[in-house]
Ligand binder design. Structure first.
Ligand SMILES: [Ca+2]
Ligand SMILES: [Ca+2]
Ligand SMILES: [Ca+2]
Length: 379
């Protein structure tokens, strides 16, 4: 540990010990955050012992207070040469800190440079007079492909039938994108206290499109085209009147390690041999993740011996959390989705959640999604 980091740690300790009676007045709190690069694009400063994100624009947005109706209270500041950014005169409460910096990177074996964006965000709870923190920034992926609709609650029926679930993707750009090697994941159904500070998202199921992640060009999606991935691409109305006909779905989830029928639609395949279920998501609260498929790895094992998997944040293209109850504990970090789609929606109601407009995405599903009375697979 370098001397400066040690002093800083000591400072933090002193701040923690000094926590005098809660006499602080709203509007006098200070937030001091060290912005650290994690992408490796910025060199580590040997004196500091970290790679500082200097002269980066940081925005602190209150989750509690509004400037005017609908407009959250916001503060903007720039970091110094050591990557330290400071916000003063804050009120008590919860904030979201986001930071962004463009860096020029020279492309190997050429004299060209590429401009990349580093980005990081974090949920901050201002409780003390002075709060010191570190924020790690990483390479930002601008995703053209988003999760546009999730039909999860099941059709109206009394037979517990929900196998007509589907996920609709949408190319929200004017260029062709590719599905090759992308993964769709089912989220961990549990609140993880440290999920807003770790650099991964925890999942339980991973299904993958064929092809090579990031470089494959086998499975194009034209600009503004929809892609429907069905749990099973069949006409479900043959079993339950109110269920959907998904025989025209573009893809279906297929688990070769379970008792599954392989229907004509091409397959998005389960990659975890120890998992035997189809891509079934909860009917009231869960999250779905779309990532580029370049990296995922085994994480911790639960008390009951269940292996979880980690998907690194920097590989994630989109994530949507839905919950019938708006007061549920979040299961997906606010850096990916700050809210919930489908609030108030009950299971077996035949309803669906879809973006307000195709591709509409502010990373807050409470704002971005509306409830549809009837699912709209492919449109
Ligand atoms: Ca299936
Ligand atoms: Ca199939
Ligand atoms: Ca739709």
């Amino acid at each position: 540990m370098t001397k400066k980091i040690f002093l800083l740690a000591l400072g933090l300790l002193i701040v923690a010990c000094e926590k005098s009676p809660p006499t602080q007045q709203d509007g006098s709190l200070v937030l001091r955050t060290i912005l650290v690069d994690q992408s490796g694009l910025i060199e580590t400063d040997p004196e500091l012992g970290y790679a500082p994100l200097s002269n980066a624009r940081a925005v602190l947005e209150s989750n509690t207070y509004y400037e005017s109706p609908g407009v959250r209270k916001k503060y903007v500041a720039y970091s110094d040469s050591q990557g330290v950014v400071e916000f003063k005169d804050l009120l008590l409460g919860r904030y979201t800190l986001t930071v962004e910096k463009e860096v020029e990177v020279s492309i190997e074996n050429s004299d060209q440079v590429d401009t990349l964006t580093l980005r990081g965000s974090k949920l901050i709870e201002m409780m003390d007079l002075t709060f010191e923190d570190t924020l790690k920034a990483n390479l930002a992926l601008e995703s053209s492909l988003v999760i546009n609709e999730i039909y999860y609650c099941g059709p109206k029926n009394k037979a517990f039938y929900f196998y007509d679930q589907f996920i609709e993707l949408y190319n929200n750009s004017d260029t062709t994108v590719y599905l090759d090697g992308l993964i769709l994941c089912r989220g961990l159904q549990r609140h993880k206290p440290n999920m807003d500070s770790v650099d991964y998202v925890q999942v339980t199921y991973i299904f993958q499109f064929p092809g090579e992640p990031k470089v494959g060009r086998e499975y194009p999606v034209a600009p503004h085209q929809y892609v429907v991935v069905a749990q099973d691409a069949i006409d479900h109305s043959q079993y339950i009147d109110t269920a959907l006909d998904l025989s025209d779905a573009d893809w279906e989830f297929y688990n070769p390690y379970g008792a599954e029928i392989d229907n004509p639609a091409p397959n998005v395949v389960n990659v975890l041999p120890e998992r035997s279920l189809d891509f079934m998501i909860n009917l009231v609260h869960n999250f779905v993740l779309l990532a580029d498929g370049t990296d995922f790895y085994a994480g911790e094992v639960s008390d009951r011996g269940y292996q979880y998997y980690h998907v690194p944040i920097h590989t994630i293209l989109d994530g949507v959390e839905y919950s019938s109850n708006p007061n549920s504990l979040k299961q997906l970090t606010v850096r990916i989705d700050a809210g919930f789609a489908g609030v108030g929606m009950s299971k077996y109601s035949g309803k669906s959640v879809q973006r307000r407009q195709p591709g509409f995405d502010t990373n807050n599903s409470s704002l971005d999604f509306i409830i549809l009375d009837h699912p709209t697979p492919g449109y």
